[in-house]
Write a protein that binds this ligand. Sequence first.
Ligand SMILES: [Zn+2]
Ligand SMILES: [Zn+2]
Length: 153
Amino acid sequence: MAITTRCALLLGLCWLMLTGCARGPQTCAVCDRDECTGMGFRVTLESGKTITTCCPRCGLHYGASQKVRAYGATDFSTGQSFDAAAATFVSGSDVHPCSRPGAMRDAQGCCAMTTYDRCLPSLVAFREREAAVAFQKKHGGELITFAELVSKK
Ligand SMILES: [Zn+2]
Ligand SMILES: [Zn+2]
């Protein structure tokens, strides 16, 4: 077996064991990770096609190069889907369920992985601004609206 294949398997295994969050049934169309419940994001294109990503960060990255009709976010506090345009996001908090834990990367040793992570800084969506504020107080990060996010890119 090629070393790279073995590493990938090991990594996958560790990832499954170390990741605390519940995994959704979908796989991210951008980074191929499983969707984290409470973080899922949907991008509906002009063509009518909808893709699902593991988190808003991936969804916005994808949408930046597409003709997008609508973005759908998941409210982190309730798990319900809603229009991302109305969301308040917390960027760069200490909650980043879809990024790989750094410790695991070191423990594996063998795998040359970039430190760049598509999903970081993490982006968590909230329907209620108060919920976002409460989350930010606990987990740090910065409050940001959808309009600000889109104009930042
Ligand atoms: Zn992703
Ligand atoms: Zn992600």
